[in-house]
Write a protein that binds this ligand. Sequence first.
Ligand code: Q46
Ligand code: ZN
Length: 300
Amino acid sequence: MKCRRCRAPAVIEIRRHNAGFCRDCFLRHSREQVRKAIDDFDMIRPGDRVLVAVSGGKDSLALWDILRDLDVDVDGLYLGLGIGEYSDDSGRCARAYADEHGAKLVELDLPADVGFDIPTGARVARRAPCSACGLSKRHLFNQAAVDGGYDVVATGHNLDDEAAVLFGNVLRWSTEYLGRQLPVLPAGNGFVRKVKPLVRLGERETAAYCVLKGIDYQVEECPMAAGNRHLGYKAALNAIEDQSPGSKHAFYFGFLDKASPLFTPEAVAEQEQLQACARCGTPTTGEVCAFCRLVERARG
Ligand code: Q46
Ligand code: ZN
């Protein structure tokens, strides 16, 4: 197979684009896909300071690297989750990237800075680990961005992630989530803008990007993910994609284009009912937000 752009031998085939690429043209293609997502959804504006949530995995490191290549004013944020060896290795990958590239990495540590790790916190608070983890990440990423004077938090969610989340939400018709499943969530209510610039790239592509760029990333899956519904949705979508390449893209972008606006009124109505958390000020439905309740229980 030859590169679609320069006819040199291809190193990767992307079936949904019906194309192969050589190394350099693939890296350029990846940057262009991120640029297009940023422009199409007005994710990052000139002068914005961006904080990218770096887990040490392929997606977030590829995102950080591409944003730097695109001359975005971007720093990394690593949050230690206290998940044993997995977290130790993830932190090492994030730091190694920062050191090698002279990039700034802001670090936070859930056990040291907040007082609990994910496995213990989830158990004590009787929450699924990924739910406690997601809640903590959302809260602490935003807090770090506000504290550091950033305008935007960028996360490494890719096309596979977004299609799988959408699949789960559609299976259950979780309309309250469908109204908010967007590649950009605007700032407001004490939250900075949240963006997902990798929505046009699949996870095979972010992995290839890191390998071709020589970026060392955490290859292990988080041990807490086992049995997670999300993995089942991904496997189902992979089987469909295998049969008809382009299905995930059509599913996700078709949703954004044709269906997502139908669910906006419900999401807006929900937002309007929120009030400030009595402890931290985060908008919430109750008196104290879910994160503050988690912290209280997890600290014991
Ligand atoms: S890190 Fe956290 Fe993921 Fe691990 S505990 Fe679940 S949510 S699987 S992206
Ligand atoms: Zn709170």
